[in-house]
Design a protein around this ligand. Structure first.
Ligand code: ATP
Length: 596
Protein backbone atom coordinates (compact mmCIF):
# COMPACT_ATOMS: atom_id res chain seq x y z
CA UNK A 1 0.00 0.00 0.00
CA UNK A 2 1.11 3.56 -0.61
CA UNK A 3 1.30 6.00 2.31
CA UNK A 4 -1.93 7.60 1.05
CA UNK A 5 -3.73 4.28 1.08
CA UNK A 6 -2.38 3.39 4.51
CA UNK A 7 -3.59 6.67 6.00
CA UNK A 8 -7.00 6.41 4.38
CA UNK A 9 -7.36 2.85 5.67
CA UNK A 10 -6.27 4.02 9.13
CA UNK A 11 -8.80 6.85 9.02
CA UNK A 12 -11.62 4.45 8.15
CA UNK A 13 -11.41 2.86 11.62
CA UNK A 14 -11.92 6.23 13.30
CA UNK A 15 -15.29 7.77 13.99
CA UNK A 16 -15.96 11.46 13.55
CA UNK A 17 -13.10 11.77 11.14
CA UNK A 18 -14.84 13.29 8.17
CA UNK A 19 -14.61 16.84 9.37
CA UNK A 20 -11.77 19.17 10.12
CA UNK A 21 -8.22 18.36 9.19
CA UNK A 22 -8.97 14.70 8.49
CA UNK A 23 -11.73 15.57 6.06
CA UNK A 24 -9.08 16.39 3.47
CA UNK A 25 -7.27 13.09 3.80
CA UNK A 26 -7.37 11.01 0.69
CA UNK A 27 -9.59 13.40 -1.27
CA UNK A 28 -7.05 12.99 -4.03
CA UNK A 29 -5.46 9.59 -3.57
CA UNK A 30 -2.79 10.47 -6.12
CA UNK A 31 -1.54 13.31 -3.93
CA UNK A 32 0.91 11.70 -1.50
CA UNK A 33 0.76 12.85 2.15
CA UNK A 34 4.33 14.17 1.95
CA UNK A 35 5.61 16.44 -0.74
CA UNK A 36 9.23 15.60 -0.37
CA UNK A 37 11.40 17.08 2.32
CA UNK A 38 9.45 18.02 5.42
CA UNK A 39 6.38 19.43 3.77
CA UNK A 40 3.01 17.81 4.21
CA UNK A 41 0.42 17.85 1.44
CA UNK A 42 -2.29 16.78 3.86
CA UNK A 43 -2.08 19.54 6.46
CA UNK A 44 -0.54 19.87 9.89
CA UNK A 45 -1.93 16.59 11.17
CA UNK A 46 0.61 14.70 9.07
CA UNK A 47 4.24 15.25 9.99
CA UNK A 48 6.70 14.55 7.19
CA UNK A 49 10.42 14.11 7.14
CA UNK A 50 12.55 13.15 4.18
CA UNK A 51 9.42 12.75 2.08
CA UNK A 52 7.69 10.19 4.26
CA UNK A 53 5.22 10.22 7.14
CA UNK A 54 6.93 10.39 10.52
CA UNK A 55 4.09 11.60 12.71
CA UNK A 56 0.35 11.88 13.11
CA UNK A 57 -0.90 14.75 15.25
CA UNK A 58 -4.62 14.19 15.64
CA UNK A 59 -5.47 16.38 18.61
CA UNK A 60 -8.72 18.00 19.78
CA UNK A 61 -10.75 16.47 16.96
CA UNK A 62 -13.53 14.69 18.82
CA UNK A 63 -12.27 11.38 17.41
CA UNK A 64 -13.37 7.99 18.69
CA UNK A 65 -13.39 4.44 17.33
CA UNK A 66 -10.32 2.27 16.96
CA UNK A 67 -6.69 3.25 16.65
CA UNK A 68 -5.70 0.70 14.03
CA UNK A 69 -2.08 -0.02 14.94
CA UNK A 70 -1.87 -2.94 12.53
CA UNK A 71 -2.39 -0.57 9.63
CA UNK A 72 0.03 1.99 11.05
CA UNK A 73 2.70 -0.73 11.21
CA UNK A 74 3.04 -0.30 7.48
CA UNK A 75 4.48 3.22 7.99
CA UNK A 76 8.13 2.34 8.67
CA UNK A 77 9.19 5.85 9.65
CA UNK A 78 6.38 6.66 12.05
CA UNK A 79 7.88 8.10 15.23
CA UNK A 80 5.20 10.35 16.77
CA UNK A 81 1.57 9.61 17.50
CA UNK A 82 -0.63 12.15 19.22
CA UNK A 83 -4.32 11.78 19.98
CA UNK A 84 -4.54 14.34 22.80
CA UNK A 85 -8.03 15.48 23.77
CA UNK A 86 -10.28 13.17 21.79
CA UNK A 87 -13.01 10.74 22.78
CA UNK A 88 -11.32 7.38 22.50
CA UNK A 89 -12.53 4.78 24.96
CA UNK A 90 -11.72 1.24 26.02
CA UNK A 91 -8.35 -0.43 26.46
CA UNK A 92 -5.09 1.15 25.38
CA UNK A 93 -4.13 0.24 21.77
CA UNK A 94 -1.39 -2.37 21.31
CA UNK A 95 1.31 0.23 20.91
CA UNK A 96 4.25 -2.11 21.18
CA UNK A 97 3.45 -3.28 17.67
CA UNK A 98 4.78 0.14 16.68
CA UNK A 99 8.05 -0.47 18.42
CA UNK A 100 9.89 2.37 16.73
CA UNK A 101 7.72 5.11 18.18
CA UNK A 102 9.54 7.85 20.07
CA UNK A 103 6.63 9.92 21.33
CA UNK A 104 3.13 8.76 22.23
CA UNK A 105 0.53 11.25 23.45
CA UNK A 106 -2.85 9.87 24.49
CA UNK A 107 -3.80 12.36 27.24
CA UNK A 108 -7.33 13.64 27.74
CA UNK A 109 -9.32 10.73 26.35
CA UNK A 110 -11.56 8.13 27.94
CA UNK A 111 -9.18 5.14 27.71
CA UNK A 112 -9.81 2.78 30.58
CA UNK A 113 -8.94 -0.52 32.19
CA UNK A 114 -5.68 -2.08 33.26
CA UNK A 115 -2.68 -1.71 31.02
CA UNK A 116 -0.88 -5.05 30.61
CA UNK A 117 2.52 -5.11 32.31
CA UNK A 118 4.30 -5.81 29.04
CA UNK A 119 2.38 -3.16 27.04
CA UNK A 120 5.57 -1.25 26.28
CA UNK A 121 8.08 -4.09 26.11
CA UNK A 122 10.67 -3.68 23.41
CA UNK A 123 9.92 -0.01 22.76
CA UNK A 124 13.54 0.85 23.14
CA UNK A 125 13.28 4.22 21.40
CA UNK A 126 10.32 5.53 23.43
CA UNK A 127 11.14 8.91 24.93
CA UNK A 128 7.84 10.55 25.78
CA UNK A 129 4.67 8.88 26.94
CA UNK A 130 1.64 10.92 28.00
CA UNK A 131 -1.35 8.97 29.29
CA UNK A 132 -2.66 11.74 31.57
CA UNK A 133 -6.32 12.33 32.30
CA UNK A 134 -7.79 9.04 31.15
CA UNK A 135 -9.46 6.35 33.24
CA UNK A 136 -6.70 3.80 33.44
CA UNK A 137 -6.74 1.51 36.45
CA UNK A 138 -4.48 -1.13 37.96
CA UNK A 139 -0.74 -1.04 38.44
CA UNK A 140 1.69 1.16 36.54
CA UNK A 141 2.89 -1.16 33.72
CA UNK A 142 6.07 -2.95 34.70
CA UNK A 143 7.58 -2.52 31.25
CA UNK A 144 7.89 1.26 31.73
CA UNK A 145 10.89 1.19 34.08
CA UNK A 146 12.71 -0.98 31.53
CA UNK A 147 12.62 1.53 28.68
CA UNK A 148 16.18 2.77 28.23
CA UNK A 149 15.41 6.15 26.65
CA UNK A 150 12.32 7.22 28.58
CA UNK A 151 12.58 10.96 29.31
CA UNK A 152 9.12 12.26 30.02
CA UNK A 153 6.36 10.17 31.57
CA UNK A 154 2.93 11.56 32.41
CA UNK A 155 0.45 9.23 34.03
CA UNK A 156 -1.36 11.85 36.11
CA UNK A 157 -5.13 12.06 36.40
CA UNK A 158 -5.93 8.33 36.19
CA UNK A 159 -6.85 5.65 38.71
CA UNK A 160 -3.54 3.80 38.73
CA UNK A 161 -3.20 1.90 41.97
CA UNK A 162 -0.54 0.00 43.88
CA UNK A 163 3.02 1.13 44.37
CA UNK A 164 5.22 3.20 42.10
CA UNK A 165 7.84 0.95 40.50
CA UNK A 166 11.44 2.03 40.82
CA UNK A 167 12.36 4.03 37.73
CA UNK A 168 16.13 3.92 37.46
CA UNK A 169 16.57 5.36 33.98
CA UNK A 170 19.08 8.19 33.95
CA UNK A 171 17.28 9.63 30.93
CA UNK A 172 14.13 10.37 32.92
CA UNK A 173 13.72 14.14 33.23
CA UNK A 174 10.00 14.54 33.87
CA UNK A 175 7.77 12.24 35.84
CA UNK A 176 4.20 12.93 36.85
CA UNK A 177 1.97 10.40 38.58
CA UNK A 178 -0.11 12.90 40.55
CA UNK A 179 -3.85 12.40 41.01
CA UNK A 180 -3.97 8.64 41.01
CA UNK A 181 -4.84 6.09 43.68
CA UNK A 182 -1.23 5.08 44.29
CA UNK A 183 0.10 4.19 47.69
CA UNK A 184 3.25 3.20 49.51
CA UNK A 185 6.66 4.77 49.61
CA UNK A 186 8.24 6.79 46.85
CA UNK A 187 11.04 4.64 45.39
CA UNK A 188 14.56 5.66 46.28
CA UNK A 189 15.53 5.79 42.60
CA UNK A 190 13.15 8.69 42.10
CA UNK A 191 13.88 10.60 45.29
CA UNK A 192 17.63 10.45 44.96
CA UNK A 193 17.95 11.80 41.44
CA UNK A 194 20.95 13.93 40.87
CA UNK A 195 19.87 15.81 37.75
CA UNK A 196 18.75 19.23 39.00
CA UNK A 197 16.16 19.66 36.27
CA UNK A 198 14.27 16.53 37.22
CA UNK A 199 10.60 17.45 37.50
CA UNK A 200 8.89 15.06 39.79
CA UNK A 201 5.26 15.26 40.64
CA UNK A 202 3.45 12.77 42.80
CA UNK A 203 0.79 15.28 43.78
CA UNK A 204 -1.05 14.30 46.93
CA UNK A 205 0.73 10.99 47.01
CA UNK A 206 3.28 12.09 49.53
CA UNK A 207 0.60 13.17 51.92
CA UNK A 208 -1.46 10.12 51.19
CA UNK A 209 1.41 7.83 51.96
CA UNK A 210 2.09 9.63 55.22
CA UNK A 211 -1.42 10.07 56.47
CA UNK A 212 -2.91 7.04 54.81
CA UNK A 213 -6.17 6.59 53.08
CA UNK A 214 -7.85 9.41 55.01
CA UNK A 215 -6.18 12.01 52.88
CA UNK A 216 -7.28 10.30 49.68
CA UNK A 217 -10.83 10.19 50.99
CA UNK A 218 -10.65 13.85 51.89
CA UNK A 219 -9.40 14.69 48.45
CA UNK A 220 -12.19 12.73 46.81
CA UNK A 221 -14.67 14.42 49.11
CA UNK A 222 -13.33 17.81 48.14
CA UNK A 223 -13.74 17.02 44.50
CA UNK A 224 -17.41 16.35 45.00
CA UNK A 225 -18.10 19.60 46.78
CA UNK A 226 -20.42 21.93 44.92
CA UNK A 227 -18.55 24.40 42.77
CA UNK A 228 -17.60 27.63 44.40
CA UNK A 229 -19.97 30.43 43.80
CA UNK A 230 -18.23 33.21 42.01
CA UNK A 231 -18.76 36.79 42.82
CA UNK A 232 -15.88 38.20 40.89
CA UNK A 233 -15.81 41.96 40.95
CA UNK A 234 -15.75 43.38 37.45
CA UNK A 235 -12.12 43.15 36.70
CA UNK A 236 -9.91 45.69 35.12
CA UNK A 237 -8.60 43.06 32.78
CA UNK A 238 -12.06 42.23 31.51
CA UNK A 239 -12.54 45.79 30.50
CA UNK A 240 -9.00 46.56 29.48
CA UNK A 241 -8.70 43.40 27.43
CA UNK A 242 -11.81 44.32 25.54
CA UNK A 243 -13.97 41.50 26.78
CA UNK A 244 -17.53 42.62 26.76
CA UNK A 245 -19.22 42.70 30.13
CA UNK A 246 -21.49 39.84 29.03
CA UNK A 247 -18.47 37.72 28.15
CA UNK A 248 -17.02 38.41 31.50
CA UNK A 249 -20.13 37.52 33.43
CA UNK A 250 -20.68 34.38 31.44
CA UNK A 251 -17.10 33.36 32.03
CA UNK A 252 -17.70 33.79 35.73
CA UNK A 253 -21.03 32.07 36.01
CA UNK A 254 -21.78 29.65 33.22
CA UNK A 255 -18.50 27.90 33.32
CA UNK A 256 -19.05 27.40 37.04
CA UNK A 257 -22.63 26.31 37.29
CA UNK A 258 -22.76 24.24 34.15
CA UNK A 259 -25.45 26.29 32.41
CA UNK A 260 -25.31 28.16 29.16
CA UNK A 261 -23.00 25.90 27.21
CA UNK A 262 -22.91 28.27 24.29
CA UNK A 263 -21.80 31.21 26.37
CA UNK A 264 -19.26 28.99 28.07
CA UNK A 265 -17.78 27.95 24.77
CA UNK A 266 -17.59 31.58 23.73
CA UNK A 267 -15.51 32.51 26.75
CA UNK A 268 -13.49 29.36 27.21
CA UNK A 269 -9.75 29.46 27.25
CA UNK A 270 -8.22 26.78 25.04
CA UNK A 271 -5.26 25.12 26.68
CA UNK A 272 -2.51 24.06 24.35
CA UNK A 273 -0.47 22.09 26.87
CA UNK A 274 -1.61 19.17 28.90
CA UNK A 275 0.87 19.69 31.69
CA UNK A 276 -0.82 22.79 33.12
CA UNK A 277 -3.60 23.31 35.61
CA UNK A 278 -6.74 24.45 33.86
CA UNK A 279 -8.39 27.72 34.68
CA UNK A 280 -10.89 29.83 32.89
CA UNK A 281 -11.21 33.44 31.99
CA UNK A 282 -13.17 34.05 35.17
CA UNK A 283 -10.13 32.95 37.19
CA UNK A 284 -7.93 35.33 35.27
CA UNK A 285 -10.41 38.11 35.66
CA UNK A 286 -10.73 37.84 39.43
CA UNK A 287 -7.58 39.70 40.29
CA UNK A 288 -7.10 43.23 39.12
CA UNK A 289 -4.74 43.43 36.21
CA UNK A 290 -1.61 45.48 35.82
CA UNK A 291 -0.64 46.74 32.40
CA UNK A 292 2.91 45.71 31.53
CA UNK A 293 3.21 47.70 28.37
CA UNK A 294 1.81 48.23 24.95
CA UNK A 295 3.65 46.72 22.07
CA UNK A 296 3.12 46.79 18.35
CA UNK A 297 0.02 44.65 18.43
CA UNK A 298 -1.74 45.55 21.63
CA UNK A 299 -1.17 45.55 25.33
CA UNK A 300 0.07 42.95 27.76
CA UNK A 301 -1.47 42.59 31.21
CA UNK A 302 -0.26 40.82 34.27
CA UNK A 303 -2.79 39.14 36.51
CA UNK A 304 -2.84 36.39 39.12
CA UNK A 305 -4.80 33.18 39.35
CA UNK A 306 -6.52 32.25 42.61
CA UNK A 307 -3.66 29.76 43.11
CA UNK A 308 -1.26 32.69 43.17
CA UNK A 309 0.36 31.89 39.82
CA UNK A 310 1.04 35.08 37.91
CA UNK A 311 0.07 35.12 34.26
CA UNK A 312 0.41 37.50 31.35
CA UNK A 313 -2.42 38.04 28.91
CA UNK A 314 -1.54 39.64 25.61
CA UNK A 315 -4.28 41.00 23.45
CA UNK A 316 -4.05 40.86 19.66
CA UNK A 317 -6.43 42.59 17.36
CA UNK A 318 -4.61 42.02 14.09
CA UNK A 319 -4.76 38.25 14.08
CA UNK A 320 -7.34 37.35 11.49
CA UNK A 321 -5.04 36.09 8.78
CA UNK A 322 -6.40 32.55 8.98
CA UNK A 323 -9.72 30.90 9.77
CA UNK A 324 -10.62 29.53 13.17
CA UNK A 325 -9.58 25.98 12.49
CA UNK A 326 -6.23 26.91 11.06
CA UNK A 327 -5.66 29.35 13.90
CA UNK A 328 -6.38 26.65 16.44
CA UNK A 329 -4.12 24.21 14.68
CA UNK A 330 -1.32 26.73 14.69
CA UNK A 331 -1.78 27.45 18.39
CA UNK A 332 -1.63 23.74 19.13
CA UNK A 333 1.55 23.52 17.10
CA UNK A 334 3.04 26.32 19.19
CA UNK A 335 1.79 24.59 22.33
CA UNK A 336 3.75 21.46 21.50
CA UNK A 337 7.03 23.33 21.52
CA UNK A 338 9.09 22.62 24.57
CA UNK A 339 12.50 24.15 25.21
CA UNK A 340 14.21 25.66 28.23
CA UNK A 341 14.71 28.92 26.37
CA UNK A 342 11.17 29.33 25.04
CA UNK A 343 8.37 30.91 27.03
CA UNK A 344 5.61 28.33 26.62
CA UNK A 345 2.21 29.39 25.36
CA UNK A 346 -0.25 28.18 28.00
CA UNK A 347 -3.64 28.98 26.52
CA UNK A 348 -5.47 31.20 24.10
CA UNK A 349 -8.85 32.75 23.79
CA UNK A 350 -10.41 32.95 20.36
CA UNK A 351 -12.89 35.47 19.14
CA UNK A 352 -13.18 36.45 15.53
CA UNK A 353 -12.22 40.04 16.14
CA UNK A 354 -9.50 39.48 18.70
CA UNK A 355 -7.38 36.90 20.38
CA UNK A 356 -5.80 36.67 23.81
CA UNK A 357 -2.63 34.67 24.37
CA UNK A 358 -1.82 33.57 27.90
CA UNK A 359 1.67 32.82 29.20
CA UNK A 360 3.46 32.75 32.54
CA UNK A 361 4.70 36.01 33.97
CA UNK A 362 8.49 36.06 33.91
CA UNK A 363 9.78 37.84 36.95
CA UNK A 364 12.81 39.70 35.82
CA UNK A 365 11.18 41.28 32.81
CA UNK A 366 12.70 41.80 29.42
CA UNK A 367 16.27 41.95 28.19
CA UNK A 368 15.38 45.37 26.74
CA UNK A 369 14.75 46.78 30.21
CA UNK A 370 17.93 45.22 31.59
CA UNK A 371 20.00 46.70 28.78
CA UNK A 372 18.46 50.11 28.50
CA UNK A 373 16.54 50.86 31.65
CA UNK A 374 18.36 48.99 34.38
CA UNK A 375 18.62 52.14 36.48
CA UNK A 376 14.84 52.11 36.73
CA UNK A 377 15.07 48.56 38.08
CA UNK A 378 17.51 49.75 40.71
CA UNK A 379 19.91 47.05 39.60
CA UNK A 380 23.43 46.96 38.27
CA UNK A 381 23.79 46.52 34.52
CA UNK A 382 24.25 43.05 33.05
CA UNK A 383 27.84 41.88 33.12
CA UNK A 384 29.67 40.01 30.36
CA UNK A 385 29.15 36.44 31.66
CA UNK A 386 25.43 37.09 31.98
CA UNK A 387 25.24 38.66 28.51
CA UNK A 388 27.06 35.68 27.05
CA UNK A 389 24.73 33.28 28.85
CA UNK A 390 21.73 35.17 27.46
CA UNK A 391 23.06 35.13 23.90
CA UNK A 392 23.78 31.40 24.14
CA UNK A 393 20.29 30.71 25.47
CA UNK A 394 18.62 32.79 22.77
CA UNK A 395 20.63 31.04 20.07
CA UNK A 396 19.65 27.64 21.44
CA UNK A 397 15.98 28.60 21.60
CA UNK A 398 16.08 29.95 18.06
CA UNK A 399 17.87 26.83 16.81
CA UNK A 400 15.12 24.74 18.36
CA UNK A 401 12.44 26.82 16.61
CA UNK A 402 14.24 26.26 13.31
CA UNK A 403 14.30 22.55 13.91
CA UNK A 404 10.71 22.22 15.05
CA UNK A 405 9.07 24.61 12.61
CA UNK A 406 10.81 23.86 9.33
CA UNK A 407 7.84 24.98 7.29
CA UNK A 408 8.03 28.58 8.57
CA UNK A 409 10.28 30.93 6.64
CA UNK A 410 10.96 32.95 9.77
CA UNK A 411 10.29 30.57 12.66
CA UNK A 412 10.49 33.46 15.11
CA UNK A 413 9.75 36.48 12.97
CA UNK A 414 9.75 39.05 15.76
CA UNK A 415 13.04 38.57 17.56
CA UNK A 416 13.99 41.62 19.62
CA UNK A 417 15.09 42.40 23.13
CA UNK A 418 11.60 43.12 24.51
CA UNK A 419 10.66 39.59 23.45
CA UNK A 420 13.47 38.05 25.45
CA UNK A 421 12.38 37.61 29.06
CA UNK A 422 14.72 36.79 31.90
CA UNK A 423 13.90 34.32 34.63
CA UNK A 424 15.19 34.35 38.20
CA UNK A 425 18.61 33.10 37.20
CA UNK A 426 18.71 35.48 34.22
CA UNK A 427 18.27 32.64 31.75
CA UNK A 428 16.51 33.93 28.64
CA UNK A 429 13.05 32.84 27.57
CA UNK A 430 12.10 33.78 24.03
CA UNK A 431 8.52 34.95 23.57
CA UNK A 432 6.17 36.05 20.76
CA UNK A 433 7.55 33.45 18.35
CA UNK A 434 6.03 31.74 15.31
CA UNK A 435 3.25 34.28 14.93
CA UNK A 436 3.77 35.43 11.34
CA UNK A 437 1.33 32.85 9.92
CA UNK A 438 -1.56 34.16 12.02
CA UNK A 439 -0.90 37.91 12.05
CA UNK A 440 -2.70 39.96 9.41
CA UNK A 441 -0.27 40.29 6.55
CA UNK A 442 -0.40 44.04 6.40
CA UNK A 443 0.24 44.45 10.11
CA UNK A 444 3.01 41.89 9.98
CA UNK A 445 4.72 43.81 7.20
CA UNK A 446 4.32 47.06 9.08
CA UNK A 447 5.29 45.93 12.52
CA UNK A 448 7.27 42.74 12.70
CA UNK A 449 11.03 42.60 12.99
CA UNK A 450 11.44 40.19 10.06
CA UNK A 451 10.00 42.81 7.75
CA UNK A 452 12.57 45.36 8.84
CA UNK A 453 15.34 43.17 7.42
CA UNK A 454 17.58 44.39 4.62
CA UNK A 455 16.32 41.68 2.25
CA UNK A 456 12.74 42.79 2.77
CA UNK A 457 13.71 46.41 2.15
CA UNK A 458 15.63 45.47 -0.98
CA UNK A 459 13.66 42.64 -2.53
CA UNK A 460 10.34 42.66 -0.70
CA UNK A 461 10.82 39.16 0.67
CA UNK A 462 12.00 37.46 3.80
CA UNK A 463 14.12 34.32 3.73
CA UNK A 464 15.20 31.44 5.91
CA UNK A 465 18.06 33.64 7.08
CA UNK A 466 15.94 36.60 8.15
CA UNK A 467 15.75 35.48 11.77
CA UNK A 468 19.53 35.12 11.72
CA UNK A 469 19.81 38.77 10.78
CA UNK A 470 17.52 39.59 13.73
CA UNK A 471 19.73 37.45 15.97
CA UNK A 472 22.78 39.36 14.76
CA UNK A 473 21.15 42.70 15.54
CA UNK A 474 20.10 41.43 18.95
CA UNK A 475 23.66 40.35 19.74
CA UNK A 476 24.96 43.74 18.64
CA UNK A 477 22.44 45.33 20.98
CA UNK A 478 23.69 43.12 23.80
CA UNK A 479 27.33 43.94 23.09
CA UNK A 480 26.95 47.66 22.47
CA UNK A 481 24.06 48.54 24.76
CA UNK A 482 22.61 50.55 21.87
CA UNK A 483 18.94 50.28 21.05
CA UNK A 484 18.59 49.15 17.39
CA UNK A 485 15.42 51.13 16.77
CA UNK A 486 17.35 54.35 17.42
CA UNK A 487 19.31 53.68 14.26
CA UNK A 488 16.29 53.43 12.03
CA UNK A 489 14.56 56.36 10.36
CA UNK A 490 16.86 58.93 11.83
CA UNK A 491 16.38 61.41 9.09
CA UNK A 492 17.47 61.23 5.47
CA UNK A 493 21.21 60.91 5.76
CA UNK A 494 21.06 57.83 7.98
CA UNK A 495 17.98 56.17 6.56
CA UNK A 496 19.90 53.15 5.35
CA UNK A 497 22.00 52.98 8.46
CA UNK A 498 21.13 50.38 11.01
CA UNK A 499 22.98 49.27 14.11
CA UNK A 500 25.13 46.83 12.13
CA UNK A 501 26.22 49.51 9.67
CA UNK A 502 27.14 51.82 12.54
CA UNK A 503 29.12 49.10 14.30
CA UNK A 504 30.98 48.23 11.11
CA UNK A 505 31.85 51.83 10.46
CA UNK A 506 33.28 52.28 13.95
CA UNK A 507 35.20 49.01 14.30
CA UNK A 508 36.72 49.14 10.81
CA UNK A 509 37.87 46.29 8.55
CA UNK A 510 40.64 45.19 10.90
CA UNK A 511 38.35 45.39 13.96
CA UNK A 512 40.79 47.82 15.59
CA UNK A 513 37.99 50.08 16.75
CA UNK A 514 36.07 47.30 18.50
CA UNK A 515 36.82 48.74 21.94
CA UNK A 516 34.79 51.77 21.06
CA UNK A 517 31.57 49.88 20.46
CA UNK A 518 31.51 47.57 23.47
CA UNK A 519 29.12 48.65 26.17
CA UNK A 520 31.15 50.09 29.03
CA UNK A 521 28.45 48.85 31.37
CA UNK A 522 29.78 45.32 30.93
CA UNK A 523 32.74 46.46 33.00
CA UNK A 524 36.42 46.21 32.18
CA UNK A 525 37.35 42.64 31.43
CA UNK A 526 40.47 40.54 31.19
CA UNK A 527 42.07 39.45 27.92
CA UNK A 528 40.23 36.15 27.68
CA UNK A 529 36.85 37.78 28.03
CA UNK A 530 37.78 40.48 25.52
CA UNK A 531 38.84 37.86 22.99
CA UNK A 532 35.48 36.11 23.33
CA UNK A 533 33.63 39.43 23.00
CA UNK A 534 35.48 40.12 19.80
CA UNK A 535 34.57 36.69 18.47
CA UNK A 536 30.94 37.31 19.32
CA UNK A 537 31.05 40.68 17.63
CA UNK A 538 32.35 39.00 14.50
CA UNK A 539 29.65 36.36 14.60
CA UNK A 540 26.99 39.06 15.01
CA UNK A 541 28.31 41.02 12.05
CA UNK A 542 28.33 37.91 9.87
CA UNK A 543 24.73 37.27 10.94
CA UNK A 544 23.91 40.81 9.80
CA UNK A 545 25.49 40.47 6.33
CA UNK A 546 23.31 42.32 3.84
CA UNK A 547 24.08 39.68 1.25
CA UNK A 548 21.98 36.74 2.38
CA UNK A 549 24.35 34.26 0.74
CA UNK A 550 27.23 35.49 2.86
CA UNK A 551 25.17 35.47 6.03
CA UNK A 552 25.79 32.61 8.48
CA UNK A 553 23.56 29.53 8.35
CA UNK A 554 21.58 28.84 11.51
CA UNK A 555 23.53 25.72 12.36
CA UNK A 556 26.88 27.42 11.90
CA UNK A 557 25.84 30.48 13.90
CA UNK A 558 24.65 28.21 16.69
CA UNK A 559 27.87 26.18 16.73
CA UNK A 560 30.03 29.29 16.78
CA UNK A 561 28.05 30.91 19.59
CA UNK A 562 27.97 27.68 21.56
CA UNK A 563 31.75 27.41 21.11
CA UNK A 564 32.44 30.70 22.88
CA UNK A 565 34.24 30.19 26.12
CA UNK A 566 32.35 30.93 29.31
CA UNK A 567 34.42 32.82 31.89
CA UNK A 568 35.99 30.20 34.08
CA UNK A 569 34.61 29.76 37.54
CA UNK A 570 37.88 30.56 39.23
CA UNK A 571 38.83 33.36 36.92
CA UNK A 572 38.35 36.98 37.83
CA UNK A 573 37.12 38.24 34.53
CA UNK A 574 37.40 41.86 35.52
CA UNK A 575 40.71 43.58 35.10
CA UNK A 576 42.08 45.45 38.05
CA UNK A 577 41.02 48.72 36.47
CA UNK A 578 37.32 48.23 36.88
CA UNK A 579 35.03 50.80 35.41
CA UNK A 580 32.47 52.66 37.48
CA UNK A 581 29.85 50.16 36.51
CA UNK A 582 32.15 47.28 37.33
CA UNK A 583 32.84 48.69 40.74
CA UNK A 584 29.22 48.64 41.62
CA UNK A 585 29.09 44.87 41.37
CA UNK A 586 30.55 41.97 43.13
CA UNK A 587 33.25 40.30 41.14
CA UNK A 588 31.12 37.90 39.11
CA UNK A 589 27.81 36.27 38.53
CA UNK A 590 25.88 39.37 39.51
CA UNK A 591 22.59 37.73 38.96
CA UNK A 592 22.27 36.36 42.43
CA UNK A 593 23.15 39.67 43.97
CA UNK A 594 20.08 41.36 42.56
CA UNK A 595 17.01 41.66 44.62
CA UNK A 596 13.89 42.74 42.86
N1 ATP B 1 5.33 36.88 30.05
C1 ATP B 1 5.85 38.07 30.37
N2 ATP B 1 6.47 38.26 31.56
C2 ATP B 1 7.02 39.45 31.88
N3 ATP B 1 7.01 40.53 31.07
C3 ATP B 1 6.40 40.41 29.87
C4 ATP B 1 5.80 39.19 29.46
N4 ATP B 1 5.29 39.37 28.22
C5 ATP B 1 5.56 40.63 27.87
N5 ATP B 1 6.21 41.26 28.86
C6 ATP B 1 6.68 42.65 28.85
O1 ATP B 1 5.55 43.50 28.73
C7 ATP B 1 5.84 44.57 27.87
C8 ATP B 1 4.83 44.63 26.75
O2 ATP B 1 5.00 43.47 26.00
P1 ATP B 1 4.35 43.26 24.57
O3 ATP B 1 4.73 41.88 24.13
O4 ATP B 1 2.92 43.63 24.65
O5 ATP B 1 5.08 44.34 23.69
P2 ATP B 1 6.52 44.35 23.06
O6 ATP B 1 7.21 43.05 23.21
O7 ATP B 1 7.23 45.50 23.60
O8 ATP B 1 6.20 44.61 21.53
P3 ATP B 1 5.55 43.62 20.45
O9 ATP B 1 4.08 43.72 20.59
O10 ATP B 1 6.08 44.15 19.19
O11 ATP B 1 6.04 42.24 20.76
C9 ATP B 1 7.25 44.37 27.35
O12 ATP B 1 8.15 45.12 28.14
C10 ATP B 1 7.50 42.93 27.58
O13 ATP B 1 8.87 42.65 27.76
Amino acid sequence: LSESEILVKFKSSLSNSDEGALGKWGKDINLPPCKGGNVSNWGDAVVCEGGSVTGLILENMGLSGTIDVDTLKALPNLRILSFINNKFEGPIPELKKLNRLKNIFLSKNGFSGEIPGDAFSGMIGLKKLYLSNNKFTGPIPSSLPTLPKLMDLKLNGNQFSGQIPDFQQKSLAKFDVSNNALEGPIPVGLISRKNPDFLFSVGVLVLASVLGVVMVMMRRGRKQQPPLSVEAPPSNLGIKAGLKEEDHSSASTHSRNGNGKKAEAATKLCFVRDDRESFDLADLLKASAEILGSGSFGSSYKTALPSGAEMVVKRYKQMNNVGKEEFQEHMRRIGRLNHDNLLPLVAYYYRKEEKLLVADFVHRGSLAVHLHGYQSLGQPPLDWPTRLKIVKGVAKGLGYLYKELPSLIAPHGHLKSSNILLNQSLEPLISDYALIPVINQESAQDLMVAYKSPEYAQHGRITKKTDIWALGVLILEVLTGKFPANFLHKGKASEDQDLATWVKSVVGEDMSGADQVFDKDMGATNNNAQAEMLKLLNIALTCCELDVDKRLEMKLALDQIEGLQDPKEDEDFYSSVASDAGDKRSSRGMSDDFSL
